[in-house]
Design a protein around this ligand. Structure first.
Ligand code: ATP
Ligand code: MG
Length: 292
């Protein structure tokens, strides 16, 4: 349903995205993860046909995004990363404007306004960040498009609204919608997406089903030893670790839990803490920038 084929978009300063390839199947929810400046918005803007790719092309619902951008708008809901709205309009006026542009078939408008508790009377320039984001979401979903492209959809939303957004995506997925969403947050991708790609410095560094991506995430444990002499046991075991203090180690465990526990049983352990897997660690893991 969405295809990106050998697409590069290189800005005059040499930054951008390089040789991006992925497809999103009909009925699939696809996550596009990466840190600030990785190239998510650049890729998404190519999909919208806003700028000319340096190389390659993008196809949505069988149509070339550069040649048939107008026709694609009819089947597509789009939430931009940076919402540059018409600041002087009220929320209501903006939605009516979008509705007219799309030919007045936005039958889900009222339902979505209620769902996201959107206040439509205020001028957009007076809206809070979260309220603007909700307005963007209502505009993206209200014509019930079969394809949705969402650039950081939960940015600025409070936890309750983030939850509601995740529920909405899962409902839309059941209705066979095709959804591509970019995010910094592994957890929301985990709760909604079938597959995800991770982008780093303009290149895709991982692309797989979510359970496979998760399997590859290693865990780490902070181990405090009663005697620093036991470090030798850890060293000899082949476990990967870094020394935090003279008797505190962070040990990285991938699939070698058995080795981990067997080795620790030979040591005099004072305490053991599992560290939370943060998105950062997941990124670091995939980006391979750690030396361990
Ligand atoms: N118009 C532009 N001219 C030159 N460089 C640009 C332009 N737009 C983006 N870039 C650069 O391209 C790279 C990718 O930016 P992009 O906005 O796609 O990142 P992103 O993944 O969306 O980041 P974020 O999470 O912050 O939204 C960055 O290095 C950025 O500085
Ligand atoms: Mg962006």
């Amino acid at each position: 349903m969405i295809q990106i084929l050998n697409m590069s978009m290189i800005y005059p300063n040499g930054k951008g995205v390089f040789d991006i390839n992925f497809n999103v199947q009909e009925g699939e929810v696809f996550g596009f993860l990466g840190p600030n400046g990785a190239g998510k918005t650049t890729t998404i803007r190519q999909l919208l046909g806003f700028t000319n790719a340096t190389k390659g092309k993008c196809i949505i619902d069988g149509m070339d995004t550069r040649l048939e951008a107008y026709k694609i708008q009819k089947v597509l809901g789009y939430l931009p990363g940076e919402i540059a709205f018409f600041d002087n309009m009220t929320g209501n006026e903006f939605l009516t404007f979008m509705e007219e542009m799309r030919g007045n078939n936005c039958h889900r408008k009222e339902e979505l306004i209620e769902y996201f508790e959107l206040e439509t009377e205020n001028k957009i320039r007076k809206m809070s960040k979260g309220m603007k984001q909700k307005l963007g979401l209502v505009a993206a979903f209200m014509h019930d498009p079969k394809i949705l492209i969402l650039d950081e959809p939960t940015s600025g939303l409070d936890p309750l609204m983030q939850r509601k957004f995740i529920d909405l995506i899962n409902k839309e997925k059941k209705r066979n919608k095709t959804i591509l969403m970019s995010s910094h947050i592994f957890d929301e991708v985990d709760k909604t997406c079938d597959r995800a790609a991770i982008i780093k410095e303009g290149r895709i560094v991982a692309l797989d089903y979510i359970p496979t991506l998760k399997e590859n995430i290693r865990k780490s444990f902070f181990v405090t030893l009663r005697s620093k002499d036991d470090i030798e046991i850890i060293e000899k075991s082949g476990l990967k670790y870094i020394l935090i203090d003279e008797n505190i180690l962070e040990i990285f465990v991938e699939k070698n839990f058995d080795l981990f526990f067997k080795t620790l049983s030979k040591c005099n352990v004072e305490s053991l803490d599992a560290s939370e897997q943060t998105l950062e660690q997941i990124f670091i893991r995939y980006y391979g920038s750690d030396k361990i």
